[in-house]
Design a protein around this ligand. Structure first.
Ligand code: SF4
Length: 383
């Protein structure tokens, strides 16, 4: 673990205009201003509680995620940012991101967000095809997406991420390639590509596996979508630095790199996770419990949600996340952190077993292009 007394802060805003059909994130459809303001108040109190409880005073990345943080009013976002500045020493070079849904992103609002010091915006585009967006149950259409990107630029954002999804029921190769083309045309600094996972309990899962009214694309189509996108992005100057993320040089997400580089982070808000001093903490996920903890002036982490994993388990987590990065895992760093040689912990024959899928060079272990297609299988060798 890189100990720097600096920390990344994640703030969870669990409200959305509506629930998308594929979504299993901790989020609820709610746009009631009173509820959003009550939650903002609790979050501000939690910032105070946790900044006192944990001795990390310098924040070098902040990520306001959700849910749909852009559903909060300008005033509430300004209050949250003000509280962060009051309770942490926010490094002047910090990357400060807010996630935004195109349906809740007027230029005026984005300008107000920018004025609070937020310098990166992540827009959930998902697809540029209206029929796919409708099927996904998204609250926006293609025009809203264009307007949001244009508004973000006009509001002064010079670091913009666009999120896209592939492997969506009903999505053709052409639709997907058009979506990538459209993103490239808009030239954001960062593009994230996620393969849709059908999670139990979601409407999509029911439509595919129970009602059989939708079918998911085959594994072959899913992989072709992924690889085609990577080629198109590479040709356009984007560097794929992580399995699902590509950026123009210098615009790799500092905050997300913390998760993949075994660095510490503090989670604030409903259900948010923290990794501090080798211990993993999870805030309670029940809104009433969360609000009650905060009202009593207590950290919203229940004792059963504090976990100290064994060294071996932490080695697995380190390896699993490091392999997500294009640069892979540095065996020297592994030894510095855990005091053990990598190949004394793990069987070196894994390299032969996954020949062509796993590269071992310059004391680094990396997934090859082919290896990324079976990343879960390879990573499972180490956990
Ligand atoms: S906007 Fe995001 S968090 Fe909200 S329901 Fe849709 S996928 Fe889930």
């Amino acid at each position: 673990m890189t100990i720097t007394n600096k920390i990344g802060l994640y703030l969870h805003i669990p409200f959305c205009l509506r629930k998308c059909r594929y979504c299993d994130f901790l989020s609820f459809a709610c746009a009631d201003e009173n509820i959003l303001s009550e939650y903002t108040e609790a979050l501000i109190r939690e910032i105070k509680i946790k900044s006192t409880e944990w001795p990390y005073k310098i924040a070098d990345s902040i990520y306001i995620g959700g849910g749909t943080p852009s559903l909060l009013s300008e005033k509430n976002i300004a209050r949250i940012m003000g509280s962060l500045y009051d309770n942490f020493n926010v490094d002047r070079n910090s990357e400060i991101t807010i996630e935004c849904n195109p349906a809740t992103a007027s230029e005026e609002k984005l300008r107000a967000f920018r004025e609070t010091g937020i310098n990166r915006i992540s827009i959930g585009i998902q697809s540029w095809d209206n029929s796919v967006l409708r099927l996904m149950g998204r609250a926006h259409d293609k025009n809203d997406a264009f307007t949001a990107v244009r508004s973000a630029k006009k509001a002064g954002f010079k670091n913009i991420n666009l999120d896209l999804m592939f492997g969506i029921p009903g999505q053709t190769m052409k639709m997907w390639r058009d979506s990538i083309r459209q993103c490239i045309f808009l030239r954001p600094q960062h593009i994230s590509l996620y393969s849709l996972q059908l999670e139990e309990g979601t409407q999509f899962y029911k439509m595919v596996y129970e009602d059989h009214i939708l079918s998911e694309p085959s594994e072959l189509v899913d992989r072709k979508m992924y690889h085609d996108a990577l080629i198109m992005l590479e040709d356009a100057g984007y560097n794929q630095y992580e399995i699902s993320n590509a950026a123009l040089p210098g615009f790799e997400s500092k905050h997300n790199l913390k998760y993949w580089s075994y660095e510490e982070y503090m989670g604030l808000g409903l259900g948010a996770s923290s990794f501090i001093g080798g211990v993993r903490y999870k805030n309670c996920s029940n809104m009433i419990d969360y609000l009650n903890h905060i009202k009593e002036g207590k950290s919203p982490v229940n004792p059963e949600d504090i976990e100290k994993y064994t060294k071996r388990e932490e080695m697995g987590i380190y390896t699993f996340t490091a392999l997500r990065k294009k640069e892979g895992l540095d065996l020297g760093e592994f030894e510095d952190i855990f005091g053990r040689e990598f190949f004394k912990v793990y069987d070196p024959t894994v390299i032969n077993t996954y020949f062509g899928y796993l590269d071992y060079e310059d004391n680094r272990l990396k997934l090859t292009d082919k290896g990324r297609d079976i990343s879960n299988r390879i990573m499972a060798e180490f956990v």
